[in-house]
Design a protein around this ligand. Structure first.
Ligand code: HEC
Length: 117
């Protein structure tokens, strides 16, 4: 067998086995179904996301510059949050965080913290 014939045979072998492997490959997994819409979270659950910085009661932590958000009118808190969300006011972190909440969730959070004295 000439080296050219060996080469051709090898190419034919790889071409055939390559095809065979491709035919035996498992069918790709079906695309995952779209994630179901999240159920509306209770204000307490939503407020847990704020606790690391503002405290569980929204009163903040001594020695930090994170403002207290408890006991203020709900409308005021809601308006501030929405202005962060819309980048009407530019701050350090709240612009990014506020974008994670619907307006209804922001209203819910505002009501929750407003009620804590
Ligand atoms: C990673 C820390 C962090 C988390 C988490 C956080 N905040 Fe803030 N928040 C801040 C900081 C810092 C400020 C001051 C503005 C700024 O620099 O972003 C602020 C400001 C605010 C203000 C404005 C208060 C004022 O007097 O102007 C409101 C209202 C507020 N946050 C609500 C929330 C709510 C509601 C959540 C939970 C959904 C939350 N924050 C989560 C750090 C945080």
């Amino acid at each position: 067998m000439t080296s050219r014939a060996i080469c051709s045979t090898a190419l034919l072998f790889f071409a055939l086995t390559g095809t065979a492997v491709a035919q035996q490959a498992p069918a790709p997994a079906a695309p995952a179904a779209a994630a179901p819409a999240m159920a509306p979270a209770s204000p307490v659950v939503l407020a847990n996301s704020c606790a690391s910085c503002h405290g569980v009661d929204g009163k903040g932590f001594a020695g930090t510059k994170v403002p207290a958000i408890n006991g203020r009118p709900a409308q005021e808190l809601s308006t501030i949050m929405k202005s962060f969300k819309a980048d009407q006011v530019t701050v350090t972190i709240m612009n990014r965080l506020a974008k994670g909440y619907t307006d209804a969730e922001i209203d819910s959070l505002a009501g929750y913290f407003a009620a804590i004295r």
